[in-house]
Design a protein around this ligand. Structure first.
Ligand code: MD3
Ligand code: FE
Length: 214
């Protein structure tokens, strides 16, 4: 059996829930239309690593009251406005708020919807998400467009990892004992999905996060 076939059926660790094909093709199209509208008001920007200023290969934007940003000078943080336009982030689509309500039992709304855009060749190295004060809240991720190879590790950087593919329409929830796991995107698979014309070829991932404790 190939590694790919084996990992496909791998049981998810505790606190990791994968809803394959949770969004229908029509729902994915509707959400992508909303994302296109958000990106016209809040264009994708290139985040930079703290201290070195090295650019990410993924471009980002945000929806909701807070957005994740990063630059050389001030590093990783949440801000209420776009780093280049200074405008507040566009409101979070109802569809995403409803998905959060339906799939999580967290008693408050997500504050940040981080939009990641992966062009062919873009990747995201293994990392943990720890910039949120509300670490007891789940993270909900929606994949759109091209498929990607996702890697999920443990609490320590060198812990063993499992890999599986995320496709357009998949929803992944990370909570409890999985909330602080390392994770990353090794690659996207060009030609496996479509985005609206103005976004070019690639993959969009939206992660919903609660930042402050309610
Ligand atoms: C596992 N994004 O924006 S989403 C990120 O596909 C990020 O764009 C990836 O990692 C992407 O920080 C992965 C799935 C995800 C999100 C948060 C997690 C997996 C996670 C937090 C803990 C463990
Ligand atoms: Fe992450």
């Amino acid at each position: 059996m190939s590694a790919q076939a084996r990992s496909f059926n791998e049981p998810m660790p505790e606190g990791t829930r994968l809803y394959r094909g949770r969004l229908s093709a029509a729902q994915q199209d509707a959400l992508l239309t909303e994302v296109a509208c958000i990106l016209r008001a809040a264009p994708l920007f290139v985040p930079r690593m703290p201290k070195t200023g090295r650019p990410f290969s993924v471009r980002m934007s945000n929806t909701g009251p807070l957005g994740w940003v990063s630059d050389k000078e001030k590093g990783y943080r949440y801000e209420p406005v776009h780093p280049e336009t200074g405008a507040p982030w566009p409101a979070m689509p109802d569809m995403l708020l409803r998905l959060w309500e339906e799939l999580t039992d967290y008693p408050a709304s997500p504050e940040a919807g981080l939009i990641n855009h992966y062009a062919p060749g873009a990747r995201m190295g293994l990392h943990v998400d720890v910039d949120e004060e509300a670490l007891e809240a789940p993270i909900l991720s929606v994949s759109l467009g091209c498929s990607a190879r996702f890697r999920l590790g443990g609490l320590k950087r060198r812990d063993p990892t499992i890999s599986f593919d995320l496709h357009g329409g998949d929803v992944l929830i990370l909570e409890g004992p999985s909330r602080l796991r390392h994770h990353g995107i090794d690659r996207i698979y060009p030609g496996t999905g479509v985005l609206p014309e103005e976004m070019g070829e690639g993959r969009i991932n939206i992660t919903l996060r609660r930042v402050r404790r309610p």
